[in-house]
Design a protein around this ligand. Structure first.
Ligand SMILES: Nc1ncnc2c1ncn2[C@@H]1O[C@H](COP(=O)(O)OP(=O)(O)O)[C@@H](O)[C@H]1O
Ligand SMILES: C[C@@](O)(CCOP(=O)(O)O)CC(=O)O
Ligand SMILES: [Mg+2]
Length: 316
């Protein structure tokens, strides 16, 4: 039986989430937590995933109409990705992830990238990682209505990536950053939080200034990474968190943990990703691990992934 497997890293947003959607720069990092998407020859097309909020689901896409609105929403990333392929060959698609979905670690991007990578190879195409990134970016934006290239590019390409202001470009930053990261469950999806931020934009005169300030923080953080200036990097984390709080995209538990981080003398912490709960990152230290664990966060393996998505053909 012929199978193709895509191993997709997940990501941490280091700086600039939300503002990147409005043209500001951002920095993200691919990590060792990952999603595995396997496409196997079959007589009909089915998808199974054990890590969705609706529980374990199996859908026969050739005959079944999905009645549940929640199920439909949850499956929209998969459906839209399969729709991208004009030519279809029946296959069993299985998805496994080392982390929970919807906690700011880029599972929405990874599921698209994983299917684009594995299914295109299954059909006999050889896409480059950049081609996979571009195709996946368009699909994620189509599903969410709003969104930047940050997550799809990061999980496709790997590394620490800087996304310049008002551009479709991307720049790889050399070096490594020690990060302690963790997450708690959240109730809102990134798509819902993005809509809330858009509503603030339409009503609030300060919005553009806050976006610009986040952009400046990102530029200073980029300098700090290039100069290995951990102290400055930590300061930029605290400031970035404060600006995200002013947009209302943090949550009481995220704010408490970041505020406690300051009190106990950690160098820097901030929320990471879409917000409303979800992920927090800090400059790496044993004290940061203890803090996150004491607040019920699940620690993530934030080892840098340099390769991005990797495709493997398996025949047995
Ligand atoms: N294992 C998976 N299988 C299928 N779809 C998934 C999986 N993980 C995530 N998704 C899709 O991505 C959505 C979460 O996206 P989002 O809220 O942006 O969170 P994240 O921060 O993880 O990207 C889920 O509701 C689901 O539609
Ligand atoms: C908030 C945002 O900047 C990052 C969202 O990340 P995630 O889906 O929460 O992993 C949105 C985007 O860049 O498209
Ligand atoms: Mg997402």
């Amino acid at each position: 039986m012929r199978s193709v497997e895509a191993l997709v890293p997940l990501k941490l947003t280091l700086f600039g989430e939300h503002a990147v959607v409005y043209g500001e720069p951002a920095i993200a990092m691919a990590i060792s937590e990952h999603m595995r998407v396997r496409v196997t020859e079959s007589d009909k097309t089915t998808v199974s995933s054990s890590s969705l909020k609706i529980g374990n689901i199996k859908v026969d896409l050739s005959s079944m109409h999905i009645e549940s609105e929640q199920a439909y929403r949850e499956l929209s990333y998969i459906m839209e990705t399969l729709n991208y392929f004009e030519r279809k060959v029946p296959a069993q698609i299985t998805i496994e992830s080392t982390v929970d979905p919807s906690v700011g670690l880029g599972t929405s991007a990874a599921v698209i990238v994983g299917i684009v990578a594995a299914y295109s190879r299954f059909l006999g195409d050889s896409l480059s990682n950049m081609e996979i990134a571009k195709i996946s970016r368009a699909i994620e934006r189509k599903v969410q209505g709003i969104g930047s290239r940050m997550d799809t590019y990061t999980v496709s390409l790997g590394g620490i990536l800087y996304f310049p202001k008002n551009s479709e470009g991307v720049e790889r930053l050399d070096g490594n950053i020690g990060i302690t990261g963790g997450y708690i469950r959240r109730t809102l999806s990134t798509a819902e939080i993005l809509k809330r931020v858009k509503a603030i934009k339409d009503k609030n005169r300060q919005f553009e200034k806050i976006m610009k300030l986040i952009g400046e923080v990102v530029e200073d953080a980029r300098e700090a990474i290039l100069r290995h200036d951990v102290e400055l990097l930590g300061q930029m984390m605290f400031i970035n968190h404060g600006l995200l709080m002013s947009l209302g995209v943090t949550s009481p538990s995220l704010d408490e943990v970041v505020s406690s981080a300051r009190t106990i003398g950690l160098q820097g912490c901030k929320m990471s990703g879409g917000g409303g709960g979800g992920s927090v990152i800090c400059i790496k230290s044993p004290k940061a691990e203890l803090l996150l664990e004491s607040r019920g966060f699940r620690l993530v393996d934030s080892e840098l992934n340099k390769n991005g998505v990797v495709i493997k053909e398996i025949s047995n």
